[in-house]
Ligand binder design. Sequence first.
Ligand SMILES: NC(=O)c1ccc[n+]([C@@H]2O[C@H](COP(=O)([O-])OP(=O)(O)OC[C@H]3O[C@@H](n4cnc5c(N)ncnc54)[C@H](OP(=O)(O)O)[C@@H]3O)[C@@H](O)[C@H]2O)c1
Length: 243
Amino acid sequence: MEGARIVVTGANRGIGLAFVQEALARGAAKVYAGVRDTNDITPELAATGAEPVQLEVTSSDDIAAAAAHCSDANVLINNAGLHAGDRLVKASDADAARREMEVNYFGPLATTRAFAPVLAANGGGSIVNVLSVAAIAPTAFMGGYSPAKAAALYLGGIARAELEPDGITVTSLIVGSVDTRMASHVDGNKEDPRTIAVAGFKAMSRGDWTCDTDRMAFESRARLALDPVRYERGLGSCCSSPT
Ligand SMILES: NC(=O)c1ccc[n+]([C@@H]2O[C@H](COP(=O)([O-])OP(=O)(O)OC[C@H]3O[C@@H](n4cnc5c(N)ncnc54)[C@H](OP(=O)(O)O)[C@@H]3O)[C@@H](O)[C@H]2O)c1
């Protein structure tokens, strides 16, 4: 980590903010904090001293400008994410699934395309994608979030193969339940965001292809292996009751 130059998307709060804090604590030389609006920065992010960068991940202009500005970057953390809180087939908002796909899949695809040449020009580097247990199986009652995270998991695998010759590793994080705004409606145990950042950087340093970052992620994978039907029906601690 020492000397790394790191770009984090969705850095204003939650897990993205934790990645910024952990990167600086581990001696990163430079941290670029991607935010949707540089005029709307949380005090917690401002206190880190990271450099805010305009980076709405659905904006091709923002992405191109950020890739040009962060020209010394050798790590990209694709963290920005959206959970619309609707259903999929029975969604009340017909556009929710499209927005989730835009932010959770097309966003990291576009940032990966833009930053891969930057990382390669700097001698190679690492891309870390912050995904979810919702990526590893159809997860009922999470609407379009689960398909979008699954698509991003495939993106990670394909990007890994394509970028290997350029000296770029790609790590997909399978994250359980974390104490952030996104999971404010979720009951039960929630991890500290910093735990995810620590696990993520360790996985990146090992060059892991995927990494289950926390207890709920391990337990979800075990429940899926034991009883895939029950798991897919959302009859577990991570999902709402289907009644
Ligand atoms: N919390 C969990 O339990 C959990 C579990 C598994 C995976 N994850 C994943 O972890 C990542 C971080 O989520 P979180 O829990 O930290 O949620 P969060 O507290 O809601 O933070 C999400 C961050 O992403 C940013 N963001 C949203 N849409 C964006 C866009 N279009 N362009 C750029 N930035 C955008 C938000 O910006 P603003 O601050 O401007 O709103 C915010 O900073 C996501 O990919 C999420 O899917 C979370």
